[in-house]
Design a protein around this ligand. Structure first.
Ligand code: ZN
Length: 324
C-alpha cells in the first residue's frame, strides 16, 4: 500500500466508525421490523399510510435487488422515486456503459452514439460519416462522449443522502430530523445547506466493475475533534463510487462553529475497492459540486473504457427503417 492510500484510509480509521452493508444477498433482506411499522421519513403509521410497496434501501436502478426496508411508507416511496429520476438522468450514460440492470432491464443510451449490451458484449454504434468516438488503440482504450439527460444537482445529492438515512442505525436517526425535512422538501431551492454539496466521484476503468452495489456509512468517533462532519456516506455501483457528507445533522453544531471561525474541513476520499489494483488501470477521483438547485441541461460527459478485445463491424445499416 503506498503512502497516499495509507493516508486516505488513516483519515477514516482515526476519525470515524464505519458501518458497512454489503448488498450481494442471495435472498431478500429487510431492514427494520414488520411489526408496528412507522415511516422513518414522515413518522406516520397505519392507517394514515400504507406499507405495501417494495422499498429499496438503495435504488433498484443502481443494481440493488435484495436489500429492502420496512420503514418507508408508500407515500414517501413515491416521493423518493420522483427525485430518483434526477439520479437516473445524471447516471444513465454511465449505467448504459456499465450495463447495470435495473427494474426496466439494462439501460440503453441512444443519442449521437448508441450503447447496448448484446450477448454479454458491449456494442457501441457510431456513424462513419460523423464519428464521435475517440479511439486510442495503443492503450486499448476508447473514449465515449455522452450528453446527460436534464437533472437538478441538489436532487441527485438528496438521493445519496436518502440512501444513507435508510441505512442509518435506529439509534442515530434522531440526529437527522432536519436532514429528513430537507430531503422531503420538494422545492430544491429551499433550506440551503450550511456547506457546499461537494461529492467525490471515483471512476474505475472497465465495465461492470461492481457487479452489485456496495456502500459504507461513517459516523465520527466521540473522541475525534469536530473539525470534520459527523457523517459521511460512500456508495459504489457500475464503475463509480460517490462519496458525500450528510448535511443538516444536529451533531454538526460544533463542526459548523469551527467552519464559522474560519476552520477548514479536510475530508479524504475513501479509496474504492479497486483504487489501485484494477487490471485496466487506476481509478480517477474528481470533485463534483452538486449544490445547484436549477436544471442542468446538455451537460457533456466523457467516459474512457479499456478493453481486452475490440471488434469493429462496419455496416451501412441506418437506424431509420429502410425506404421501400
Ligand atoms: Zn412516509
Amino acid at each position: 500500500m503506498n503512502e497516499e492510500i495509507r493516508e486516505m484510509f488513516s483519515f477514516f480509521e482515526h476519525k470515524y466508525d464505519a458501518c458497512v452493508l454489503p448488498l450481494n444477498w442471495e435472498e431478500l433482506k429487510f431492514l427494520g421490523s414488520k411489526q408496528d411499522q412507522t415511516c422513518r421519513f414522515c413518522q406516520r403509521s397505519r392507517p394514515e399510510v400504507t406499507f405495501k410497496k417494495k422499498a429499496h434501501a438503495i435504488p433498484e436502478m443502481l443494481g440493488n435487488r435484495r436489500l429492502l426496508n420496512h420503514y418507508e411508507c408508500d407515500s414517501c416511496n413515491q416521493f423518493f422515486s420522483d427525485i430518483e429520476n434526477h439520479l437516473g438522468n445524471y447516471t444513465s450514460f454511465w449505467r448504459a456503459v456499465s450495463q447495470v440492470r435495473g427494474k426496466r432491464g439494462t439501460p440503453k443510451y441512444k443519442k449521437d452514439l448508441e450503447i447496448q449490451s448484446v450477448d454479454g458484449q458491449l456494442r457501441i454504434s457510431d456513424s462513419i460519416d460523423s464519428p464521435s468516438i475517440f479511439n486510442n488503440d495503443e492503450n486499448n482504450e476508447i473514449i465515449l462522449p455522452g450528453i446527460r439527460d436534464p437533472y437538478i444537482p441538489v436532487a441527485v445529492y438528496k438521493c445519496f443522502v436518502k440512501m444513507a438515512l435508510t441505512l442509518m442505525p435506529e439509534s442515530e436517526i434522531q440526529h437527522f430530523r432536519k436532514t429528513i425535512e430537507w430531503i422531503m422538501e420538494p422545492d430544491h431551492s429551499k433550506m440551503k445547506c450550511p456547506f457546499g454539496l461537494l461529492t467525490f466521484v471515483q471512476f474505475t476503468p472497465g465495465f461492470k466493475v461492481y457487479p452489485y452495489p456496495c456502500n459504507w456509512l461513517f459516523l465520527r468517533k466521540e473522541t475525534a475533534e469536530p473539525t470534520t462532519p459527523y457523517s459521511i456516506y460512500a456508495v459504489c455501483f457500475s464503475s463509480l463510487m460517490f462519496q458525500i457528507t450528510i448535511p443538516h445533522c444536529e451533531c454538526d453544531d460544533n463542526f459548523l462553529a469551527y467552519l464559522n471561525k474560519g476552520g477548514q474541513a479536510k475530508i479524504a476520499a475513501l479509496p474504492s475497492p479497486y483504487y489501485e489494483n484494477h487490471p485496466l488501470g487506476p481509478s480517477q477521483i474528481r470533485v463534483k459540486d452538486l449544490s445547484g438547485a436549477d436544471w442542468v441541461r446538455g451537460e457533456k460527459e466523457y467516459i474512457s473504457i479499456s478493453y481486452d478485445l475490440k471488434e469493429e463491424i462496419i455496416s451501412n445499416q441506418r437506424n431509420n427503417p429502410e425506404e421501400p
